[in-house]
Design a binder for this molecule. Structure first.
Ligand code: PNS
Length: 169
Protein backbone atom coordinates (compact mmCIF):
# COMPACT_ATOMS: atom_id res chain seq x y z
CA UNK A 1 0.00 0.00 0.00
CA UNK A 2 1.27 3.48 -0.85
CA UNK A 3 2.19 5.52 2.21
CA UNK A 4 0.70 8.97 2.49
CA UNK A 5 2.18 11.36 5.04
CA UNK A 6 0.73 14.65 6.24
CA UNK A 7 3.08 17.48 7.27
CA UNK A 8 0.85 20.04 9.02
CA UNK A 9 1.73 23.56 10.06
CA UNK A 10 1.12 27.28 9.69
CA UNK A 11 4.02 27.90 7.27
CA UNK A 12 3.88 31.69 7.74
CA UNK A 13 6.26 31.72 5.99
CA UNK A 14 7.76 28.49 4.67
CA UNK A 15 11.42 28.35 5.80
CA UNK A 16 14.39 26.30 4.67
CA UNK A 17 13.82 24.21 7.81
CA UNK A 18 10.36 23.25 6.49
CA UNK A 19 11.80 22.62 3.03
CA UNK A 20 14.41 20.31 4.59
CA UNK A 21 11.75 18.26 6.43
CA UNK A 22 9.45 18.09 3.37
CA UNK A 23 12.34 16.93 1.17
CA UNK A 24 13.23 14.19 3.68
CA UNK A 25 9.57 13.16 3.83
CA UNK A 26 9.33 13.09 0.03
CA UNK A 27 12.21 10.58 -0.02
CA UNK A 28 10.65 8.40 2.70
CA UNK A 29 7.00 8.29 1.67
CA UNK A 30 5.16 7.72 -1.57
CA UNK A 31 3.44 11.07 -1.13
CA UNK A 32 3.66 13.89 1.40
CA UNK A 33 1.02 16.57 1.81
CA UNK A 34 2.05 19.97 3.14
CA UNK A 35 -1.17 20.73 5.03
CA UNK A 36 -1.51 24.42 5.83
CA UNK A 37 -3.76 25.23 8.77
CA UNK A 38 -6.42 27.84 7.99
CA UNK A 39 -6.85 30.65 10.51
CA UNK A 40 -3.91 29.50 12.67
CA UNK A 41 -3.08 33.08 13.53
CA UNK A 42 -5.43 36.04 13.64
CA UNK A 43 -3.04 38.20 11.64
CA UNK A 44 -0.77 36.05 9.49
CA UNK A 45 1.84 37.85 7.42
CA UNK A 46 0.93 35.86 4.30
CA UNK A 47 -2.63 35.01 3.38
CA UNK A 48 -3.69 31.41 3.01
CA UNK A 49 -3.65 31.78 -0.77
CA UNK A 50 -0.12 33.24 -0.71
CA UNK A 51 1.17 30.44 1.54
CA UNK A 52 -0.34 27.80 -0.75
CA UNK A 53 1.08 29.49 -3.84
CA UNK A 54 4.55 29.80 -2.26
CA UNK A 55 4.69 26.14 -1.19
CA UNK A 56 3.41 24.95 -4.58
CA UNK A 57 5.98 27.07 -6.35
CA UNK A 58 8.90 25.89 -4.16
CA UNK A 59 7.94 22.22 -4.70
CA UNK A 60 6.81 22.49 -8.32
CA UNK A 61 9.46 19.99 -9.41
CA UNK A 62 8.55 17.42 -6.75
CA UNK A 63 5.62 15.39 -8.10
CA UNK A 64 5.06 13.53 -4.80
CA UNK A 65 4.74 16.74 -2.74
CA UNK A 66 1.19 18.09 -2.58
CA UNK A 67 0.06 21.34 -0.95
CA UNK A 68 -3.36 21.50 0.66
CA UNK A 69 -5.19 23.41 3.40
CA UNK A 70 -7.21 22.18 6.34
CA UNK A 71 -9.23 23.47 9.24
CA UNK A 72 -10.69 21.79 12.27
CA UNK A 73 -8.93 18.88 13.91
CA UNK A 74 -5.80 17.56 12.29
CA UNK A 75 -6.83 13.95 13.00
CA UNK A 76 -10.09 14.48 11.07
CA UNK A 77 -8.15 15.79 8.08
CA UNK A 78 -5.71 12.85 8.30
CA UNK A 79 -8.63 10.45 8.38
CA UNK A 80 -10.34 12.15 5.41
CA UNK A 81 -7.15 11.88 3.38
CA UNK A 82 -6.67 8.25 4.50
CA UNK A 83 -3.08 9.07 5.47
CA UNK A 84 -1.06 6.78 7.69
CA UNK A 85 1.50 9.18 9.14
CA UNK A 86 1.79 12.70 10.52
CA UNK A 87 5.26 14.16 10.11
CA UNK A 88 6.63 16.86 12.38
CA UNK A 89 10.09 18.37 12.58
CA UNK A 90 11.96 18.20 15.87
CA UNK A 91 14.63 20.86 16.08
CA UNK A 92 15.67 20.86 19.70
CA UNK A 93 14.75 19.64 23.15
CA UNK A 94 12.61 22.76 23.52
CA UNK A 95 10.30 21.47 20.76
CA UNK A 96 9.95 18.11 22.39
CA UNK A 97 7.48 18.77 25.20
CA UNK A 98 4.80 20.41 23.06
CA UNK A 99 5.31 18.00 20.17
CA UNK A 100 5.06 15.05 22.56
CA UNK A 101 1.81 16.41 24.03
CA UNK A 102 0.35 16.97 20.56
CA UNK A 103 1.42 13.52 19.36
CA UNK A 104 -0.16 11.77 22.34
CA UNK A 105 -3.30 13.88 22.20
CA UNK A 106 -3.64 13.14 18.49
CA UNK A 107 -3.15 9.45 19.18
CA UNK A 108 -5.83 9.59 21.87
CA UNK A 109 -8.18 11.07 19.29
CA UNK A 110 -7.12 8.61 16.61
CA UNK A 111 -5.40 5.49 18.02
CA UNK A 112 -4.33 4.11 14.63
CA UNK A 113 -2.30 7.20 13.87
CA UNK A 114 1.50 7.30 13.77
CA UNK A 115 3.43 10.51 14.35
CA UNK A 116 6.95 10.53 12.99
CA UNK A 117 9.51 13.15 13.99
CA UNK A 118 12.17 14.06 11.48
CA UNK A 119 15.29 16.00 12.47
CA UNK A 120 16.31 18.80 10.12
CA UNK A 121 19.84 19.52 9.03
CA UNK A 122 21.82 21.03 11.96
CA UNK A 123 22.03 24.41 10.22
CA UNK A 124 18.25 24.84 10.65
CA UNK A 125 17.86 23.72 14.26
CA UNK A 126 17.57 27.31 15.48
CA UNK A 127 15.26 28.47 12.71
CA UNK A 128 11.61 29.35 13.12
CA UNK A 129 9.17 31.47 11.12
CA UNK A 130 8.46 33.92 13.96
CA UNK A 131 12.13 34.80 14.49
CA UNK A 132 12.75 35.19 10.75
CA UNK A 133 9.80 37.57 10.44
CA UNK A 134 11.04 39.65 13.38
CA UNK A 135 14.60 39.85 12.05
CA UNK A 136 13.40 40.80 8.55
CA UNK A 137 11.01 43.41 9.95
CA UNK A 138 13.87 45.00 11.90
CA UNK A 139 16.19 45.02 8.91
CA UNK A 140 18.50 42.13 9.96
CA UNK A 141 20.16 39.61 7.64
CA UNK A 142 17.96 36.63 6.83
CA UNK A 143 20.13 35.32 3.98
CA UNK A 144 20.06 31.54 3.57
CA UNK A 145 17.15 30.97 5.94
CA UNK A 146 14.32 31.04 3.40
CA UNK A 147 13.78 29.79 -0.14
CA UNK A 148 14.78 32.73 -2.42
CA UNK A 149 11.16 33.29 -3.51
CA UNK A 150 10.00 33.56 0.11
CA UNK A 151 12.89 35.87 1.04
CA UNK A 152 12.01 38.22 -1.82
CA UNK A 153 8.35 38.32 -0.86
CA UNK A 154 9.09 38.82 2.84
CA UNK A 155 11.50 41.68 2.19
CA UNK A 156 9.11 43.40 -0.20
CA UNK A 157 6.26 42.98 2.32
CA UNK A 158 8.30 44.78 4.98
CA UNK A 159 9.49 47.42 2.51
CA UNK A 160 5.81 48.14 1.77
CA UNK A 161 5.13 48.34 5.52
CA UNK A 162 7.99 50.80 6.01
CA UNK A 163 6.84 52.90 3.03
CA UNK A 164 3.32 53.06 4.47
CA UNK A 165 4.69 54.05 7.90
CA UNK A 166 6.85 56.72 6.17
CA UNK A 167 3.82 58.12 4.32
CA UNK A 168 2.02 58.58 7.61
CA UNK A 169 5.03 60.57 8.85
O1 PNS B 1 3.27 25.42 12.44
P1 PNS B 1 2.70 25.05 13.77
O2 PNS B 1 2.03 26.24 14.38
O3 PNS B 1 3.73 24.45 14.67
O4 PNS B 1 1.58 23.91 13.50
C1 PNS B 1 0.71 23.51 14.52
C2 PNS B 1 -0.38 22.56 14.00
C3 PNS B 1 -1.03 23.10 12.76
C4 PNS B 1 0.26 21.21 13.67
C5 PNS B 1 -1.42 22.34 15.15
O5 PNS B 1 -1.79 23.59 15.65
C6 PNS B 1 -2.67 21.60 14.68
O6 PNS B 1 -2.62 20.43 14.38
N1 PNS B 1 -3.81 22.32 14.63
C7 PNS B 1 -5.08 21.79 14.15
C8 PNS B 1 -6.10 21.69 15.29
C9 PNS B 1 -5.86 20.45 16.13
O7 PNS B 1 -5.97 19.33 15.66
N2 PNS B 1 -5.52 20.69 17.41
C10 PNS B 1 -5.24 19.63 18.36
C11 PNS B 1 -3.77 19.24 18.34
S1 PNS B 1 -3.39 18.03 19.52
Amino acid sequence: MATLAIYPGSFDPLTNGHVDIISRGARLFDRIVVAILKNAEKAPLFTMEERVEIARSVFRHHPNVEVDTFDGLLVDYVERRKAQVIVRGLRAVSDFEFEFQMALMNRRLSPELEVLFLVPSAQYTFLNSTLVKEIARLGGDIGGLLPPLVERRLLSRFAEERARAGDKG
